[in-house]
Design a protein around this ligand. Structure first.
Ligand SMILES: NC(=O)c1ccc[n+]([C@@H]2O[C@H](COP(=O)([O-])OP(=O)(O)OC[C@H]3O[C@@H](n4cnc5c(N)ncnc54)[C@H](O)[C@@H]3O)[C@@H](O)[C@H]2O)c1
Ligand SMILES: [Zn+2]
Ligand SMILES: [Zn+2]
Length: 382
């Protein structure tokens, strides 16, 4: 395990580098490491912007900076390592997160619960053995330009990833639809259909109507849930939630959310809730809105974890279940093709969430997302 392997000396490209927490994205020349036998180089066509990218750029996630973010990469395979047999040069692929491939979870078809997931995708900022995948002029002497964010660092014209992380996708669908499938859409639809799995007639709610929350609403519409209530602080997002399948909406700015939930469910309470806002008070409102034996699926991680106090007396006395999910529990290799099939049949209108930006407009895309103006910005590299 050598952390001092030679610097990357492969392909030159351009990536959006964040130098320090809170600094802007700066398009900069970088060099990718040549692919190892189990890796591929992808020419990036587009990449969605997820809240996790913005949180990491602000220093709110355990990813080391300076570094390159981006984890909803879509592109074409340009080069394959000597041992790659599963994919070939020229294939169009969505890039998913990194996993080891040999732990019990990976072997059991749950790569998002790989026992090495946090280090491979977040706090390592490098390959599993500590070697860098990127080098750039912006790093000072001895400093590393960190890459391998979610195993890819896709805010770049080219990326390096494991062959096992890429999923071939059709040629005929627009980049703006395919890129967000890799994280935000997969997570929301997975949280609804794989984790919560409401029974026919259930009353359920989604807290936070951003990219993940609206995807959860679309996912819940595919289930037998009778009542789907969306909560957000932007009326425009709630209006879109109704168009995508919400039966009722609540603007959390105006009311006590738990009280309003009780009113909308005629005092019955919710069978299930999906929390995507990452706001501590919203998590508590979601839990308080559940009926006995209800399930709260936690997707958003509150930036201020200390404030995310959970009323354990309520949890125990009502027999509630609090369930976390990474990437909606989905195996991207089997779930992304299903999402594509749903989209083709008009049952997953991902395009309703998307605003397209040129790669050079990455800071505008980030600002539009933070201000609530763009739900799912997608950057197009050419
Ligand atoms: N667990 C996972 O695998 C996973 C995957 C993707 C994203 N995430 C996390 O999920 C969260 C959502 O991601 P996103 O890309 O949809 O972000 P987003 O910013 O698009 O959505 C968050 C939404 O919450 C709303 N909101 C803010 N305060 C609120 C409140 N008090 N009550 C209700 N709604 C409120 C915002 O207006 C926004 O619409 C983020 O925390 C992100 O880091 C987790
Ligand atoms: Zn994400
Ligand atoms: Zn593993």
């Amino acid at each position: 395990m050598d952390a001092a392997l030679p610097s990357p000396s492969g392909r030159s490209t351009e990536a959006a580098v964040v130098r320090s927490p809170g600094a802007p994205f700066v398009l900069s020349p970088v060099t990718l490491s040549p692919p190892r036998p189990d890796e591929v180089v992808v020419e990036v066509e587009a990449c969605g912007v997820c809240h996790a990218d913005l949180a990491a750029s602000a220093g709110e996630m355990p990813f080391p900076l300076p570094g390159v973010l981006g984890h909803e990469g879509l592109g074409r395979i340009l080069e394959v390592g000597s041992g790659v047999e599963t994919v070939r040069v020229g294939q169009r692929v969505v890039v998913s997160s990194a996993s080891c491939g040999h732990c019990p979870q990976c072997l059991g078809g749950a790569p998002v619960y790989c026992q090495d997931w946090p280090r491979l995708n977040l706090f390592g900022g490098a390959r599993g053995d500590g070697s860098d995948t990127l080098a750039g002029e912006l790093t000072g002497e001895g400093a590393h330009l960190h890459g391998h964010f979610f195993g890819q660092s896709a805010f770049s014209r080219h990326l390096l990833t494991k062959a096992r992380a890429v999923i071939p996708v059709p040629e005929d669908l627009p980049a703006a639809v395919l890129a967000p499938l890799g994280c935000g859409v997969m997570t929301g639809v997975g949280a609804a259909t794989l984790v919560l799995q409401p029974a026919p007639g259930d009353r359920v709610a989604v807290f936070g109507a951003g990219a993940v929350g609206l995807s959860a609403v679309m996912g819940l519409k595919l289930t037998g849930a009778a009542q789907i209530i969306a909560v957000d602080i932007h009326d425009s997002r709630l209006e879109l939630a109704r168009e995508l399948g919400a039966t009722e909406t609540i603007n959390a700015r105006n009311v006590d959310v738990a009280e309003e939930m009780a009113r909308l469910t005629q005092g019955a309470g919710l069978n299930g809730a999906i929390e995507t806002s990452g706001v501590a008070s919203s998590l508590q409102a979601a839990i308080s809105s559940l009926r006995a034996s209800g399930i709260c699926v936690v997707v958003g991680v509150p930036a201020d974890l200390a404030r995310a106090g959970v009323d354990l007396i309520e949890l125990v006395s009502k027999g509630l279940r609090l369930v976390g999910t990474n990437q909606g529990d989905a195996n991207p290799h089997t779930f992304i093709p299903r999402l594509i099939e749903l989209h083709r049949r008009g049952r997953l209108p991902v395009e309703r969430l998307v605003t397209s930006f040129a790669f050079s407009e990455i800071n505008d895309a980030a600002a539009a997302s933070s201000k609530g103006q763009a739900i799912k910005p997608v950057l197009h590299m050419s």
